[in-house]
Design a binder for this molecule. Structure first.
Ligand SMILES: Cc1cc2nc3c(=O)[nH]c(=O)nc-3n(C[C@H](O)[C@H](O)[C@H](O)COP(=O)(O)OP(=O)(O)OC[C@H]3O[C@@H](n4cnc5c(N)ncnc54)[C@H](O)[C@@H]3O)c2cc1C
Length: 533
């Protein structure tokens, strides 16, 4: 059963090892635990629904609680404290495009706000209902999760938008194919959500981001149905797929997604290499990417993340041996762990591996084989569960991300880390910060930063600390040539910073599109584009 107040399945528990707890206590002080609310307490606070009855709509209080919040740290604090704020008035579960159209017409008739909902894994406040005079209906696409058809000549598969990562892969693998899209939220996030928020999977180096995988589909809007046919390429004016990608539920409801699929690879392995310093590591992965060595993923942790990962891994004796071995080979304090993957046919993988090894050795890289790399791959969807372990030990954790050109990667990363590290100094609190680069391009890279802090003595204090850190980091990103999001999208949390990136004219054009498809502004108002003052 999915947790109502946290990440993933209730049966999966990932605890913080004792060694990790001691490491954090030394860095930022002993943990501070806060009491969690119980589901019964929250259910007692759910107000009566303002929606009239409809056969496709569920008004049950628990369903409304389970669709009220996403997975940002602010959402986490709301769920844990039981102070949800606003609940949707109901949740609809359409099973077809025709039922989506029925619900859109019904929303107009009853003056209702609609929030399209995929897996609810948003970390930017996309799916949270807002207080207002109009009732809010959350439209969950989870019953539209079927593989509709595969065009095996063209390698195009059509899906319902509500297919989650495991549903997409299991239906494709049964025919020998993969989508190859693995965001860390893969277990719960959906195809429609990936397209609507421009998601990036961990193996984007091989398979591409969702922009490259999304071939076409259907958008149900208040102005009619927009069908986007698939073409391998087209010079027929602006590409309409771009109006759907990143639309974040503002322009319509995606009712079908056509994606480019690949045949399953014969072999896949992940390797870990330790680079002696950050500057050498940075130069190495830039060279590797620009040389177009065909790897399927690359993840470079900075020294702080490398040290944290080794401390939180548990197994202190094995880690001590590894550290000794690395030190003998020249990777000491300041070393950076680089994980990379090779995916494809055996012969091609052997060549890619040889190329990567030779190049990385030239930058002082020390290979540790497949053990750590394959462990990373095996556990990659378990990491989000660690938030529970950290919370129980008295620590709050959040992540943020951006992307910038290579000429600015080091500078931006340092600026973001510095503003977070100093963000709570005035109140005498330390923040532990670390980063990695995991989506690399010829032009530049994404930067993914994690920060941990103590929540303080109350939920109110924890929220204030988070707001201060989040705002400082977002402002730093916007002011230092970073995009406000490389993969998590805009939602409500990043909307105030969007105009800095798109400009006044750009925002006006997006607002005109929104008004065209949704003249009464019923779809997720305030998400992506801020409400008019
Ligand atoms: C632990 C964790 C790890 C994450 N890792 C990654 C990662 O590696 N890469 C990454 O890109 N993101 C990541 N995310 C962020 C999040 O998973 C992505 O933004 C994802 O694409 C959201 O998909 P979803 O189905 O959960 O959408 P939701 O959260 O339900 O919705 C997101 C937005 O899409 C809209 N939407 C959803 N479905 C439709 C539809 N059918 N039609 C129209 N609009 C729709 C919603 O209205 C909303 O605006 C992570 C989040 C968490 C909590």
């Amino acid at each position: 059963m999915r947790r109502w107040n946290g990440w993933g399945d209730e049966a999966t528990v990932v605890e913080l090892p004792a060694q990790g707890e001691a490491f954090l206590a030394e860095l930022i002080g002993p943990g501070q635990t806060l009491a969690d609310a119980r589901l019964e307490q929250v259910l007692a606070r759910v107000p009566a629904s303002r929606l009239p009855a409809h056969p496709l709509i569920c008004l049950d209080a628990e369903e409304r609680v389970r669709h009220a919040r996403g997975q940002s740290l602010a959402d986490w604090l709301a769920m844990r404290s039981g102070e949800f704020g606003v609940f949707p008035d109901g949740v609809a579960y359409p099973e077809s495009a025709a039922q989506i159209r029925t619900l859109l017409a019904w929303a107009v008739q009853h003056d209702v706000i609609l929030i399209p909902y995929g897996g609810g894994t948003s970390v930017a406040g996309h799916i949270n209902p807002q207080a207002g005079s109009k009732p809010v209906l959350t439209l969950s696409l989870k019953r539209m999760s079927r593989l509709i058809e595969i065009d095996e000549d063209s390698l195009i598969a059509s899906f319902g938008p509500g297919a989650s990562g495991p549903q997409v892969e299991s239906q494709l693998r049964a025919h020998g194919y993969t989508l190859g899209h693995f965001p860390q939220s893969w277990e719960l996030s959906t195809l429609g959500g990936w397209v609507a928020s421009r998601s990036s999977g961990q193996q984007s180096l091989r398979y591409g981001r969702i922009e490259q995988l999304f071939a076409g589909g259907t958008l149900e809007t208040f102005a009619g149905t927009l069908e986007i046919p698939t073409f391998p390429a087209s010079a027929a004016g602006p590409d309409l797929r771009e109006m759907v990608l990143g639309s974040e539920g503002r322009f319509g409801v995606i009712s079908e997604v056509k994606v480019r699929i690949s045949r399953l690879a014969a072999q896949e392995d992940f390797y870990a290499v330790f680079m002696p310093s950050w500057q050498q590591a940075l130069a190495a992965i830039r060279t590797l990417t620009q040389a177009r060595v065909p790897l399927s993923m690359l993840r470079l942790s900075n020294a702080s993340e490398t040290q944290t990962q080794l401390a939180l891994a548990g197994h202190p004796r094995q880690i001590a041996w590894l550290e000794k071995y690395l030190a003998l080979r020249g990777a000491r304090a300041g070393k950076c762990m680089l994980t990379f993957g090779v995916t494809g046919c055996r012969a091609q993988n052997a060549v890619s591996l040889k190329q990567a090894k030779r190049l990385l050795k030239g930058f002082g890289g020390v290979f540790s084989g497949t053990l750590l790399g394959n462990k990373w791959a095996e556990n990659r969807f378990r990491f989000p569960y660690l938030r529970h372990g950290l919370w129980s030990a008295g620590y709050a954790v959040d992540t943020l991300e951006t992307a910038t050109d290579w000429s600015n990667v080091d500078n931006l990363l340092n600026q973001v880390e510095a503003c977070l590290r100093d963000g709570l100094r005035e109140e005498g609190e330390r923040v532990h910060v670390f980063s990695h680069l995991s989506h690399v391009y010829g032009e530049g890279s994404s930067i993914y930063t994690t920060y941990l802090f103590r929540p303080g003595n109350s939920y109110g204090e924890a929220l204030t600390r988070w707001q201060r850190l989040k705002h400082a980091a977002s402002r730093t990103i916007a002011e230092h040539r970073g995009t406000i999001s490389h993969q998590h999208g805009v939602g409500r949390d990043h909307a105030p910073y969007l105009a800095l990136e798109k400009g006044e004219l750009g925002i006006a054009a997006l607002q005109a599109l929104s008004a065209h498809f949704d003249p009464d502004q019923r779809l997720a108002p305030g998400v992506l584009l801020q409400d008019a003052p």
